[in-house]
Design a protein around this ligand. Sequence first.
Ligand SMILES: [Zn+2]
Ligand SMILES: [Zn+2]
Ligand SMILES: [Zn+2]
Length: 305
Amino acid sequence: MHRHASAIGSVMLAVVAAVALVVLAIGAHSALVGEDAVHVAMDLGTLALGVAARRFAEHGPDERNTFGWHRVDAFVGATLALALTLASVWGVVVQARAATPSTVSVLVVAGVLSLAPAAPLIVQAWLHRTSGTARALGLHGLADLAAGVATLVAASLTQTRLGHDAQTAAATIIAATIAATSWRMIRDAVALSLDLAPRGVAPSAVRATIEATPGVIAAHHLHLWRLDEQTNALSAHIVARSGLSLHQTQLLADMIRERLARAHGITHATLEFECHACEAASHGASTSSHDQIAPHGLPPADRSS
Ligand SMILES: [Zn+2]
Ligand SMILES: [Zn+2]
Ligand SMILES: [Zn+2]
């Protein structure tokens, strides 16, 4: 509850900053302050979009998406990060093409003002560290912070011959930092959409964990992926020791799940038990040769029905 209240508080802070900057821009007839007002307004939009996306992602499973909407968070985060990267690269181009550096006083005002939207963005990221969207907002906030500080540093150099170069260098460093962080977020969202195995969790090791469980003969049709940025999922067919009752099989499943969670952080496992291997897998992790156990007939009760 207080998390949502803090989200609304952060948005309100950005609204106040945007309104104050618009008033200041009109009062001072300053195009640069006007640009800052536009920047803060865009930050406000980003913040609102980020908060909305994260709250949407918190919705549980429904009729349309039985997994839940967690992946929305990663995708919005990656999209915001990409947009921020493009904007910062464009900022470098604009800065490099500017004929003369801005004056000290204007730079100081712009530097201080560009710090304004950073706080709510960084606060949001801190409150919701596990969220991809919140991390993108935090990245944006840090970029705002860096831009403000870089502008102030550049302001101190304006009187020297280094003025223009210092501002361009500052913009370039900020853009490079943003691009590097964005790349990780985009790569992560792509890995999620391609159902790649979680980093650092090898399917062969997972398979070994399952097959080392007493009562398990072999595993096949093993699939490993992530449901969202925090949840590792697995599905597998497991050939169990012959003669287990349904109750014993369920106890075996509990044991396998516990081992998977402890050893590999897999908290969402769907296990299908077999007393002999079904048809050889044409996909999934490799099928071991000792899966091949002689099939036997259906029990009489099943045949008569
Ligand atoms: Zn399969
Ligand atoms: Zn039971
Ligand atoms: Zn099978």
